[in-house]
Design a protein around this ligand. Sequence first.
Ligand code: SAM
Length: 266
Amino acid sequence: MIQNLISTEGSSPEDVYFSDKGALLLGDCLEVMKRIEDNSVDLILTDPPYNLGKYSTGNIELSWRSDFNNDVAEWDQGEFDPASLASEFRRVLSPTGTIFAFTSYNLIGRWHEIYDPLFDTFQFVAWHKTNPPPKFRRAGFLNSIELIICLWNKGHKWNFSNQADMHNFIESPLCGGNERVKDPKHPTQKPVKVLKRLLEYCTSDGDVVLDAFSGVGSTAAACVQNDRKFIGIERDLDFHRAAVKRISKEIDKPKQEALNLVIRND
Ligand SMILES: C[S@@+](CC[C@H](N)C(=O)[O-])C[C@H]1O[C@@H](n2cnc3c(N)ncnc32)[C@H](O)[C@@H]1O
């Protein structure tokens, strides 16, 4: 049971959501991770801040349409150092565990400097976005690639079945349509398709997956769909609440679909 892996001492009932599929916890991950048992996580799949605040050129004004939103989110205005996560990641990750962390070009060197000596190997996966935001002035490449760094402990195993599975490249559009959480919108909501692919590389049914920067719960949604257990931590109350609503619905989906089938057959 996921409850057995997390101490809830001192947290209020609104801060924690538990189901038999996993947990969503409100708070600063540096504090909340301390409540997770040693060696209890099979995969850390997470999407921390990118430190892009200082590179932002702000919104782009366009005469023929509303401003093109190029603002940096509030949580990406400050300084984030990947080193701050290293000791808790080492402690909670099982000896057969893996880490995937989304990051940006400006932080790759820092991740490598800190994490390469701590884990067995350091690699990366590239996510190619087939519909990246346009650059109207054609003043450089589109940001159509996102990097996901990958690290593992020595005892870890891959689920590769052939050479084609082993390409470190995933192709998928940005998430949109019904998948996109509307209230509130999260500027960097990750597509469940990409997260499910990452889960499939190295976890099995029932494995425990931690997302320490869970936003609107995309990793948790991927875990529900792939039968993995999730632990999500998010600091922003509105994103946390949106994640709880989304995941409760996701968990109820099979029951709702079965009910719809019964009603249609009546
Ligand atoms: C890049 S976004 C992750 C989005 C997520 N992958 C999704 O699909 O919704 C990073 C998230 O981390 C949260 N955050 C930033 N610092 C945090 C901290 N110290 N502890 C917990 N959450 C934090 C932000 O509020 C933001 O929602």
